[in-house]
Design a protein around this ligand. Sequence first.
Ligand code: HEC
Ligand code: HEC
Ligand code: HEC
Ligand code: HEC
Ligand code: HEC
Length: 366
Amino acid sequence: MKYILLLSALYVSMYAHPTFEPSQTCKSCHPTIYKEFQSTQHAKASIFDDEIHAAVWKKHPKNTKMSSYACAKCHTPSASNYGALVEKHNGVVPDANDTTQREGISCAYCHRIESIKPGHMSNTNIIAKEGKAYFGSLKSHIESPFHKIKTDSKHFNSGNVCVGCHSHKKNKYDINVCSTNIDNELDGSNCVSCHMPKVKGSVSTMHKTKEHAFHGFPGTHSHQGMLTQYVDIILKRHERTFDITIDNKSSHALALHPMRVMQLRAKITRKSKVIDLAVKNFARVIGAEGKGTPPWLANEVVQDTAVKANEKRVVTFNDVLEKGDRLEVTIGYFLVNPKMLKSLDLDKSVIATKFHHFKTEKFEIK
Ligand code: HEC
Ligand code: HEC
Ligand code: HEC
Ligand code: HEC
Ligand code: HEC
């Protein structure tokens, strides 16, 4: 009897998902970081705060009363009932009243990632057992009265603690649904340098610092302006045509997620007339039998025109530029491919139907 109790206690301590200090707790000492974080997709990753994620989950074959919410692994990893959520056949489904699910990817979750286990379908974050002890990368810091600080993390120090969730995700047909790091070069990528730039404002209220790492995580939903320096739009004029080069200086493809469509729009202002030129689309479409499908049915890449990591993509326009013309070139995104809107019941969603502006470049033709 004693042994069984001991063993089950051991089992619970080894396999139970840890619980996390709520993000709200961090607010009093880290108000600037907290405020930035609140506006992000990380804070809104649950089906209750991300209508696009909710719409896809609604149609997902695993979404039955008795099935598992496997998306929790990356979308609500701080849930206090994580184990039950991802387990099959127990009837436990996401719950809007559960505040730990509404946290999305919480402060404490991210800061307790101790190591990352590479996996074929997706990687897995290994969470430190010790609660209230957070990994960080500050070279010099004071002690915190609330938590321990650990600065010996390989992943925090190389800026890639992100690849536990962002590296890659495959489906059962071995199709790569989405990736920033498909070759699993865990040590080669530094996401933080572009996605968490240093900005003004103190790390905490207890120790005045000039700057801190931005926690608003610029991406396709918000703060796009902080990323435009990594994508250049270059014009090359020829006699009867002109080329626009999209120079992608980031370490992953543009329009990463298979739902996205990136667009290049160009217009010429000639005297007082505006001439709209052909719109070019860039997307990686996954599907079956030559047609786009939801990710879980995809067994092939149907079409891939996305601009790849470090690629310079040249797009030729069969239009003549004249002296005095003003050419305006814009890159932006649809978060959800307009062709998928109806089948996902997202045709009335503002965020899903809106063109999200990324960058505009203007050229005077001399
Ligand atoms: C291995 C981690 C992982 C798992 C598991 C996962 N996702 Fe995601 N998901 C991500 C990441 C990372 C992003 C952000 C990618 C991006 O923006 O390019 C994302 C983004 C999304 C988006 C786009 C959201 C938006 O607002 O644009 C949808 C939709 C989505 N996931 C659906 C799902 C569904 C449904 C499941 C479960 C069946 C799931 N995901 C499971 C990691 C994961
Ligand atoms: C009572 C105040 C207080 C609270 C509450 C608090 N912290 Fe801190 N935290 C600090 C102080 C002080 C520092 C050190 C700042 C410095 O030296 O500039 C710090 C530093 C950190 C660091 C930086 C570690 C590094 O070396 O990069 C992380 C990460 C962190 N806190 C996470 C959290 C999280 C997550 C929460 C909420 C669960 C939280 N803190 C709540 C006071 C607090
Ligand atoms: C626990 C898993 C997890 C970790 C760790 C994680 N992310 Fe995410 N991230 C996600 C998910 C899930 C989404 C999409 C949420 C949604 O839209 O529903 C996302 C979205 C994003 C986005 C898109 C934001 C937008 O506006 O479109 C960016 C950028 C991002 N993450 C960067 C990072 C960086 C940088 C790190 C590391 C410092 C990181 N993530 C760590 C799961 C994670
Ligand atoms: C998606 C993962 C992720 C989430 C969520 C997250 N952080 Fe961080 N945080 C990081 C990373 C990575 C760094 C290190 C940045 C660097 O190396 O420049 C960091 C740095 C910090 C620091 C040190 C400040 C600095 O300038 O380096 C503090 C304090 C901190 N985070 C607190 C928080 C708090 C509080 C929250 C929630 C409101 C939070 N973090 C949410 C990944 C995350
Ligand atoms: C050299 C800069 C750079 C580096 C390094 C970088 N990114 Fe990005 N990232 C960008 C730019 C620029 C965009 C905006 C263009 C876009 O959304 O396609 C972006 C967009 C994203 C998005 C949103 C994509 C979508 O479709 O919603 C995610 C998620 C993301 N990056 C995650 C990561 C992760 C994780 C890493 C590290 C493995 C990383 N990035 C490394 C520049 C970078």
